[in-house]
Unconditional design. Structure first.
Length: 370
């Protein structure tokens, strides 16, 4: 067969568009985790970037959407074969010596596959439901709930006595995260999880969060006594992804290191909005650069105006203790073409107008070349 890979690669964006119209999750999966390796007119070989993406594709409706999209754009539609990270995927505990594995529907088993245990199948489906629910929450703008689901370590299926109402599902999470799954958060997660589960032929009635059981051994008494003697402050516990997402202020797609940085960004935007389009400024939040001294520098903001580049640093209250180091860095920046550097401490600023005044002063000095 002739190599027609280039034809399919050219068609790939249109194929993804058709997939997105049918099922957004399938579009996300294929757009971010698949690439075209080979197409000869009858067989399409795709490379999946990870085993997880491969398993999600073959164990969900995504494979059906892919086949339907191919049938809509190509007549006759090609068979689909999959590689994982450029290699032939093998079923668990059964090394494969054959060619690429063809996409198959959930529940069907190729002749060379060993059927998974029922509990393993249920667990795999529940984890798929969890992943798809998290994506839907993110797309719906609920980043806090989506981030919490990424911290779920496992899922426990709790059969109900009233099977007609559906079973319960418990998210297994670290103990310190259980309180984060408030009733409000669960109320946002529950309907989406139930809906996604139903599309995988699972009847779920309720979801909850329960703590993961600690790992213990025969020496648990000694281990616990050592922990009691050497207490770890709560502040040293790792923050969850949800806590990090909630603690990171953001605007216009930029994630800031502090609320103070975001306040300066808003003030720069207000100043920018008042300028004519043919004589305005550009704002670069939190860029990274290697300056002439050879050191790496990450200022809060770079601002360009009238052919000049200036920098704003938003200092923490204790930064005055490092005045000498800051002065040396400022000299290096000026030697590297940064025309004007100013530092601001926002502690004690009581209104936006005070930040606006600082920004106006900075822009004036930048324009004047001071």
């Amino acid at each position: 067969m002739a190599d027609r890979t280039a034809d399919l690669q050219e068609l790939w964006p249109q194929l993804l568009q058709v997939i997105e119209e049918r099922m957004r999750f399938a579009w996300i999966l294929l757009n971010q985790n698949a690439s075209t390796l080979f197409y000869d007119g009858t067989t399409l070989t795709l490379n999946m970037f990870s085993p997880g993406a491969y398993e999600t594709l073959i164990n969900s409706d995504c494979h059906r959407v892919l086949e339907e999209a191919l049938a809509e754009l190509i007549n006759p539609p090609p068979a689909v074969e999959l590689l994982v990270q450029g290699r032939i995927p093998a079923p668990p505990d059964l090394p494969s010596t054959e060619g690429p594995r063809q996409v198959h529907t959930p529940g069907s088993v190729p002749a060379t596959d060993t059927p998974p245990e029922p509990d393993e199948t249920l667990t795999a489906i529940l984890h798929l439901v969890l992943a798809q629910t998290a994506f839907l929450l993110h797309e719906d703008g609920n980043s806090q709930a989506a981030a919490l689901l990424t911290d779920v370590e496992d899922i426990e299926h709790l059969p109900s006595d009233r099977s007609e109402e559906g079973d319960d599902v418990a998210f297994i999470v670290p103990l310190y995260l259980v309180a984060r799954f408030t009733e409000e958060v669960l109320a946002a997660i529950r309907p989406l999880f139930v809906h996604v589960a139903a599309r995988h032929d699972l009847l779920v009635n309720n979801v909850s969060a329960i703590p993961a059981l600690p790992e213990t051994g025969d020496d648990w008494r000694q281990s616990l006594q050592e922990k009691l003697i050497n207490k770890t402050p709560l502040s040293q516990y790792p923050r969850s992804r949800a806590e990090e997402a909630a603690a990171t202020p953001s605007r216009d797609g930029f994630a800031f290191g502090s609320r103070e940085q975001m306040l300066v960004y808003e003030a720069l935007k207000r100043a920018q909005a008042q300028m004519p389009q043919d004589s305005t400024i550009a704002i670069f939040p939190l860029p990274r650069a290697r300056v002439g001294s050879g050191s790496t520098w990450a200022p809060a903001f770079l601002v360009t105006a009238s052919g000049r580049v200036g920098a704003i640093e938003v200092d923490e209250p204790h930064h005055h203790e490092h005045f000498a180091a800051a002065a040396a860095l400022d000299r290096s920046l000026r030697n590297s073409g940064i025309a004007h550097i100013e530092r601001i401490q926002l502690r004690g600023f009581s209104a936006d107008c005070e930040v606006d005044a600082f920004v106006r002063h900075f822009l004036t000095r930048l324009h004047e070349g001071h």
